[in-house]
Design a protein around this ligand. Sequence first.
Ligand code: DLZ
Length: 163
Amino acid sequence: MSSADKNLSVFKTDGLPDISNKKFALVVAEWNSEVTEKLFEGAYQTLIGYGAAAENIERGNVPGSFELTLGAHWYAQRSDIDAVIALGVVIQGETKHNDYINHAVAQGITNISIQNNKPVIFGVLTPNNMQQAVDRAGGVHGNKGDEAAMTAIKMVGLKDKIF
Ligand code: DLZ
């Protein structure tokens, strides 16, 4: 078992769904791309590790986290997509800019998830500084991209159970 497999097995719980035919869209913000690329990699590898087919994973880039909502909305409207994962990093600055972005994206993603009756996962880091972001994107605090993918998998399974 590779170290990557060992990391994935940490998340393994009973009753995860078969996702071999499920389709996922990953929307990735280009701001702080050195970190969002790590989030993407973590999310992608987790989906593959749990059985998603590479051809069933689509990626779309948006300029910044503020645009995640609309990018995710476009994917969520597609009937063939089962879940959307929005990945971004909004670092606290000297102004309240980050607060506005964070609240807008959190609310926006909640809204489109409900409107489209589909899991749309909030994979946005909201750290105080770049180090905190790096620590949570494959660093000492794990990778929030992995967690976002796991959340998507679990929600896809729950939806299948309910409907
Ligand atoms: C403008 C801006 C700033 C200051 N900081 C970030 C950030 O830390 N993370 C991020 O993803 N995006 C940032 N942006 C860009 C906004 O998300 C957005 O792209 C612009 O305000 C244009 O709508």
